[in-house]
Design a binder for this molecule. Structure first.
Ligand code: PEP
Ligand code: MN
Length: 333
């Protein structure tokens, strides 16, 4: 149950009420919001005199539910990019899997500038499957990304791998990416809940849709309203592709949640030849964002080499997207 407290309830009282009712709580536009388990169907007696309004929810998909908010939440990226809300924007995010050098990321930034794309991705802290693979440039990479942001006026998205650098990523990034493997890390989720930056939460490859959206609830219930859900493929019995892109799941998320949805065909397919067709299918799904990995020289990439498009392949793909977006009343930004 979600309970909006009356505006005259101050922090001391709100905290006391939250403890008494074992609720999560946060403050929104001067008003405290308490969230109890969805098994609560009656307003607790102690809250009757202090509740402004309340919402009985059918599952623990609560703050993220369309039942609570009919419209998709608006997300503000940097100073001048919006998605969700009343915007029919599909935000195209591109860049390498990992930042590898200033030269490499400058080439990526030039590609974005040429195509008027606003949001550059690149991982600094890489959640690799092997401890012996390239682990990312870490803080050095974050600082390079910050330089590129200043030089080119781009927004930056980069990922959190673990608790050791979550604050630094929140400070430097315009969008904080919580990687697939970090989706279950409640320390990261709770820290992101207190951040004032949008968060792109990637679905763990073994997570059900319910678990995925409940992970988003950890961020939302901390008071951060800017959460995007990213489908990036789940593990199935199939081995010819890296993962299976769950477009049925995307249809579910669009129907039942109020969070913007971003599709990442790169990690799902895992092989470059499939990415252009899949990206076009993703645009046709009417999603709020796309995440496509590109690299100036994919063969030399230090992570995810097989799936990254080279810049000419990306240019050719890019030209085909706008008509598809236009056909369903959307705009690629
Ligand atoms: C990535 O975006 O480079 C990445 C590691 O993605 P995922 O967390 O989905 O594997
Ligand atoms: Mn990658």
């Amino acid at each position: 149950m979600i309970i909006h407290l009356k505006e005259n309830i101050d922090e001391i009282e709100a905290v006391k009420l939250a403890e008494q009712s074992r609720s999560a709580y946060y403050k929104k536009h001067g008003q405290y919001v308490l969230i109890t388990s969805s098994s609560d169907k009656e307003l607790p007696a102690a809250l009757e005199s202090v509740a402004d309004e309340y919402f009985v929810m059918s599952s623990d998909i609560q703050l993220a539910s369309r039942q609570y908010r009919a419209q998709v939440r608006e997300v503000q990226v940097g100073k001048n990019v919006q998605l969700g809300g009343a915007h029919d924007n599909t935000l195209l995010i591109t860049g390498p899997c990992s930042i590898e050098s200033k030269e490499q990321i400058t080439q990526s930034a030039n590609l974005l500038k040429e195509l008027n794309i606003t949001t550059l991705r690149a991982g600094c802290f890489k959640p690799r499957t092997s401890p012996y693979s390239f682990q990312g440039l870490g803080m050095e990479g974050l600082r390079m990304l910050a330089e590129v942001r200043e030089e080119y006026g781009l927004n930056i998205i980069t990922e959190v791998r673990d608790a050791t650098h979550v604050d630094a990523v929140i400070e430097y990034a315009d969008i904080v990416q919580v990687g697939s493997k970090a989706m279950y890390d409640q320390g990261i989720l709770r820290t992101c809940g207190k951040a004032n930056k949008p968060v792109l939460l990637k679905r763990h490859f073994g997570a059900t849709l319910q678990e995925f959206v409940q992970a988003a609830e950890f961020i939302l219930s901390g008071g951060n309203e800017q959460v995007m859900l990213c489908e990036r493929g789940i593990r199935t019995f199939e081995t010819k592709t890296r993962f299976s892109l769950d477009l049925c799941g995307v249809a579910y998320l669009k129907e039942h949640t109020n969070l913007p949805v971003v599709l990442d065909p790169s990690h799902a397919m895992g092989i470059a030849y499939g990415i252009p067709d899949l990206t076009r299918a993703c645009v046709a799904m009417g999603v709020d964002g796309l995440l496509i990995e590109t690299h100036p020289t994919p063969k030399t990439a230090k992570s995810d080499a097989a799936q990254q498009l080279n810049h000419d392949e990306f240019r050719a793909l890019y030209r085909t997207l706008e008509p598809i977006a236009g056909a369903i009343g959307r705009r690629i930004i």
